[in-house]
Ligand binder design. Sequence first.
Ligand code: ADP
Ligand code: MG
Length: 740
Amino acid sequence: MPQVALDTPLYEVLGAKSVFLKRLEKLGLTTVRDLLWHFPARYEDFSRIYSISDLEPGQQATVQGTVDEVHVTHSWRKHMSIVEAIIADESGTLRAVWFNQPYVANALKAGRRANFSGKVSLSDEGEVYLSHPAYEVIRAPGETRHTARLVPVYPETRGLTSRGIRFIIQSVFKRVPKLNEWIPPATLAAQNFPEINQAIRDIHYPQRLEDARAAEKRFQFEDLFLLQMVNMEQKLKLAQEHAPVITADIEKVKAIVAELPFALTPSQKVSLWEIIKDLERPRPMNRLLQGDVGSGKTVVAAVAAMIAAENGYETAFMAPTEILARQHFLTMKGLLAKIPAANQPVIGLLTGSGATVLYENDVAASIAKSEIAKKIAAGEVAILFGTHALIEKTVSFKNLGLVIIDEQHRFGVRQRAVLAQNHSPRGAKNGAGRVPHFLSMSATPIPRTLMLTVFGDLDLSLITELPGGRKPILTKIVPPAGRPATYEFVRKEVKAGRQVFVICPRIEKAETEHGGAGSGAGVNERMSGAPRAGAGMDRRLAAMMDMKSVKEEYEKLRAKVFPDLRVVMLHGQMKGKEKEEIMRRFKNREHDILVSTSVIEVGVDVPNASIMMIEGADRFGLAQLYQFRGRVGRGEYQSYCFLMPTHDAKTANARLRAIMEAKNGFELAEKDLALRGPGQFFGEVQTGLPDVAMRALQDPELVKSSREAAVALIQADPLLKSYPPLKARLAEFRARTHLE
Ligand code: ADP
Ligand code: MG
């Protein structure tokens, strides 16, 4: 049989007509490598062969015997077929039955020897039998795939069971040539990991469970190791790029800060200082400004933008949505109000729906997009706010000095990459042929382990306290019986002039598409960057279900619970303009209660809102709940967060209690990571990471050892001259995870 390379597409191997191609693609598998790296979710132990006379009801067992007879009966009325086989070994005979699998009779002809693995059942008559056992006709000894061994159970998809996947993997595996080990020998030895060929075999065909575990660990280590190598490389590469030197005139900075309507908190000051120091260097800053919702990140970024403007450089200030871009624009406008007109930078807003420029005389003018494009190119707009359209469309700046990205985790790795590319010296968007400084902001408290690995190429500034005078938000879990009282409380607050958010859960994607029984949900959740057919479909479906639950809640609240209050609804299927209009009116106090999905924009500032009610609170990750809660308590009023779990389940409530007890977002993030795993932590976000790595992130020991190994290697041999296989593997990894 001809050999196949790892990057050979599966259609070449299986034939373009294979019915399996589409189904494999659904699992994200399009190449030989994808297939071999489709690891089992678990193993069933069918390794011991039992004598028929020794079988006990309830146990999982394999028997080996000869097929004595096979019958097929049809029950037309019930549309059912039943295959029955009598199996014999030296110790006795045993009946096996299969419902609605008539083809079983074709494989199990009388006289054939076969293995049968499955659960031993007890009939009403007290007879021991096998129901739906896996079976495998024995042609050559020791060649079994499905029985008489540790049988791998894979993440499945409709029309492709573990049995089918085992079959395909085995046929492909035989044709893969020996792979070159890419982990440096010293590292491999130090970690005591199996070598690559051994590891691949052990993960698919383990002799013992320990072998499978050791192989799995190796692959987890490998992904973390590669990820950190990529991050470090990027950091080194960036350190060699040129960026404009932006020097801050400290007296002027002090003057700007003095004109703010409030005093900066200590960690706002420290963060601003760290940013100023970075801007002064001729290398591009790549910094993440992290702080809880409401901690005041925007103003820090805004001051940085003003410093850039002072130096004659433009800033692109990007937010994930139009609403947020507009909000930042307005915040900036507010900050500039007290600054002498002559010193004010010209700021602009460019979104899908239009363009605005604010001149020094405080006149905001709507202008045509083509008009603003010209001004931007001429360097006449010092600070430009907008969505990612700013980078993906053909906006070109004259002297782009600083790029600020709000809620950067929502941009994802890929968009960050686009940004880097567009503004690389070759892209020459920056007239001087330099790379702009980068500042990203995030309210998602990212646990340390994730920070070091996934975002390891970023420097970090932390805002650790909330601006003074804020009262802590009172958080309460409301069981079903507590609803009436809570609704009354809501009414009282609204009558006192406050406003209310109600968040409804996104209904999670149906489980049916996923792997066999028992395979953990997280295991099937593919986070890999490989494009997945049907992903768009899933999202649309989820969005529809989303809408349904929001609609229902909205109807209930509007018609039954609060007919006397002004209830409004917001969901992901509305047009951008429509959403914006609703948010604007809500902010303007034209509505009392806003019922929305989780699409409601992160970071939207409505200081008058004092209540956050979260329906189906148990369906959200803690980090997400934390974000929702942060939308209230932004003003002077005592604020409340009501968590309304779907069930009155003790376990769900125990998890929710974490949010009440955690001292800060970071502590909560660590808890969430431990409780739900990184896939859940990131939720919708495409990290571009393979799921093996995502799981590995839960193992702090592994994160540590992989990091140390990566650091040591990069320091000893930055260009990996002595490690060609690793270099090749790294290139492949980078491409696959879209980190480049
Ligand atoms: P986030 O970190 O969530 O982006 P914002 O920058 O939107 O927070 O700030 C939240 C609110 O707090 C804004 O209204 C902002 O003007 C205000 N704010 C920021 N810093 C301070 C401060 N040091 N003292 C008082 N209020 C502040
Ligand atoms: Mg913000």
